[in-house]
Design a protein around this ligand. Structure first.
Ligand code: C2E
Ligand code: CA
Ligand code: CA
Length: 432
């Protein structure tokens, strides 16, 4: 981050760009403040901006500076100087020290959103906050900031949750996360990752119509690590881009192996994590994979999770159109789990909706859910899209879903995700 607009007059206690305290001054002043007002409950708030590095890369550094100054001006105007202090610690990191009862996080996020939107920068810029409610004023301020930072990292990139409070469980999670992070590189090198395939069924024709590739991690000491544990870590530290590419390649390799053996294949869909959309060479990478393994594009389908749609819609729309141009089918994963599902449908040229598992979970408990599911299937069909319902575990659920029309089913009722040899046996059985 380039710091411009040096203001020598305020000396080195302050951040030259924004005029807020710098990190060192903040540490000193926060310690004094907490000591002087020890009867008041305080919070340390760490804030940063989604994808700030990307903003700096995409636009001129001036744009980044304008954003930082806008935020700093807001903090100066908003915080009570008698009770609160703020600083720009570095890059896009701001830290506040505010009495708990004066802290309205909803309002701060809303105000910042409004001010940033008024700058008319085409990228979606969001502030995230982690909050440590100070329960031990003897803790060094930098450790308080670390705790607020832990809470922040928990939610970074989630888009639905914009701030979170630190609790002591986070320390354990953090340690686990560090262990996972430290092992990823080796795991990829040592082939500890592999793919499982979960078949997707057409209940009317009683046959397999496609499958989804799902990554699995077999750690030599810890055994199988659940994707629920390591995928979020990989999404936070960026490793997911490499892991996804590994999964796509393994999927292509499997398809090629079957074709070479003269066996039938069905399309396999792979997951494209949100972060992939920042790699502008993504379509080229996928096209090269098809070429390398001599596959037709219908053999590899692309699943984009619904939360990716809320990120940067224009860029995503562009990318999806490029995929379509290359001949790929694009699926919207976890449809209905976010808040803007229906809105997305009108713009995105999607081939398939994968209805989120939450609908099936609620089916037997709620008549309304059954109605909504029916409506989604009708809507998708009318829009020329096919539908996959995920998470079907029982005969009753499968029967209901099948009664809705031309719908495919993915779920434990038909098959769990299978290791490659079992998947191949199943395909051979159904498609012989
Ligand atoms: P997802 O993409 O929604 O994948 C479906 C998940 O639902 C899989 O969990 C699958 O095992 C599980 N599932 C399928 N049928 C049923 C059922 O009937 N009942 C229940 N309870 N669960 C069912 P898995 O393999 O644990 O993956 C979890 C999530 O991790 C995936 O959700 C996906 O978001 C992510 N993931 C897995 N593999 C990859 C990958 O290669 N790349 C990326 N980016 N994400 C992946
Ligand atoms: Ca998926
Ligand atoms: Ca899904």
């Amino acid at each position: 981050m380039r710091a411009e607009g040096i203001m020598p007059i305020i000396g080195n206690k302050f951040d030259p760009l924004t005029g807020l305290y710098n990190r060192e001054t903040f540490y000193t002043e926060a310690k004094l403040l907490l000591g002087a007002r020890h009867n008041t409950k305080y919070c340390i708030v760490c804030m940063d901006i989604s994808c700030f590095k990307i903003i700096n890369d995409l636009f001129h550094a001036d744009t980044g500076n304008v954003i930082l100054k806008t935020a700093a001006d807001y903090f100066k105007a908003k915080l009570n100087p008698r009770t609160s202090i703020s600083c720009r610690a570095d890059a896009d990191h701001f830290v506040l020290c505010v009495p708990a009862e004066e802290l309205d996080m909803e309002e701060i996020i809303k105000d910042l959103d409004e001010r940033i939107q008024a700058l008319h920068i085409s990228h979606n810029i969001l502030f995230f906050a982690g909050i440590y409610p100070v329960d031990n004023i003897n803790l060094p301020i930098d450790q308080m900031c670390d705790r607020a930072g832990m809470a922040l990292r928990r939610i970074k990139g989630s888009y639905l949750t914009r701030y979170a409070y630190y609790d002591s469980k986070m320390r354990d999670q953090m340690i686990e996360e560090l262990l996972i992070t430290g092992n990823l590189e080796i795991a990829l090198m040592e082939h500890q990752f592999t793919i499982f395939l979960q078949p997707i069924f057409d209940p009317h024709r009683n046959t397999v119509v496609s499958a989804e590739a799902l990554v699995r991690w077999f750690h030599p000491v810890h055994g199988m690590v659940s994707p629920g544990k390591f995928i979020p870590v990989c999404e936070r530290n960026g490793f997911i881009v490499r892991l996804d590419r590994f999964v796509w390649e393994e999927t292509c390799r499997l398809q090629r192996k079957r074709l070479d053996a003269g066996k039938p294949v069905v399309p396999i869909s792979v997951n494209l994590s949100r972060l992939n959309f920042y790699s502008l060479d993504l379509p080229e990478f996928l096209a090269n994979l098809l070429e390398k393994y001599k596959l037709d594009p219908w053999m590899l389908k692309l699943e984009v999770t619904e939360s990716a749609y809320t990120d940067n819609q224009l860029q995503l729309l562009d990318m999806i159109s490029t995929f379509k141009g290359l001949g790929f089918s694009v699926l919207m994963d976890d449809f209905g789990s976010g808040y803007s599902s229906l809105n997305m449908l009108k713009d995105m040229p999607l081939d398939t909706l994968k209805v989120d598992m939450a609908f099936i979970r609620e089916l037997e408990k709620s008549k309304r859910v059954a109605v909504i599911l029916k409506f989604i299937v009708a809507l998708a069909t009318e829009l020329g899209m096919s539908v996959v319902v995920e998470g079907v575990e029982t005969q009753a659920q499968a029967d209901y879903v099948a009664s809705l029309g031309d719908v495919s089913i993915q779920g434990y009722f038909f098959s769990r995700p299978l290791p490659i040899p079992d998947y191949e046996k199943l395909l051979d059985k159904y498609l012989a």
